[in-house]
Design a protein around this ligand. Structure first.
Ligand code: FES
Length: 138
């Protein structure tokens, strides 16, 4: 919504690793975002599959990423970590929803003007409330 927000040092995320954060959307709702690092890029994606949008890619212990591709834990569709595109499986020909991030001088920033950073971790990790899947907006 305004200036870039520092999310993490690049070195905090290993190659084929991810960081889960929670942001506030322009409509006031909260959304989870995975920041993914591959050999080729750092990218941000809303934390849900395109096949079943109630399926989180990171269920609270890191997204599964293999060779630069994000693996959906439910049916195994693989999304390119840099483009978000899936070319096979149940989610074929879909693309994850991007959240803009940038890397500058070894620091990862949230630069998307459609949302603002709330906290690291999933939606339910900040207030101690038990898990809920009510974070999706339609
Ligand atoms: S829910 Fe992700 S591939 Fe089916």
């Amino acid at each position: 919504m305004n200036d870039a927000t520092r999310l993490a040092a690049l070195s905090d995320i290993s190659v084929d690793g991810s960081l889960l954060v929670t942001v506030r959307e322009a409509d006031g709702s909260e959304e989870e975002v995975i920041v993914v690092r591959t050999d080729d890029c750092v990218a941000g994606w809303k934390n849900f599959c395109q096949h079943e949008t109630d399926q989180r890619l990171d269920r609270g212990f890191g997204a599964a990423i293999r060779g630069g591709e994000i693996v959906c834990p439910k049916h195994g569709s693989m999304f390119d970590g840099c483009s978000g595109y899936c070319d096979s499986g149940k989610a074929a020909e879909s693309t994850l929803v991007e959240v803009e991030v940038a890397v500058e001088e070894g620091v990862i920033y949230l630069t998307d003007d459609q949302c603002s950073f709330l906290h690291k971790g999933g939606i339910d990790e900040d207030d101690g409330t038990p898990g809920s899947s009510s974070h999706l907006t339609f």
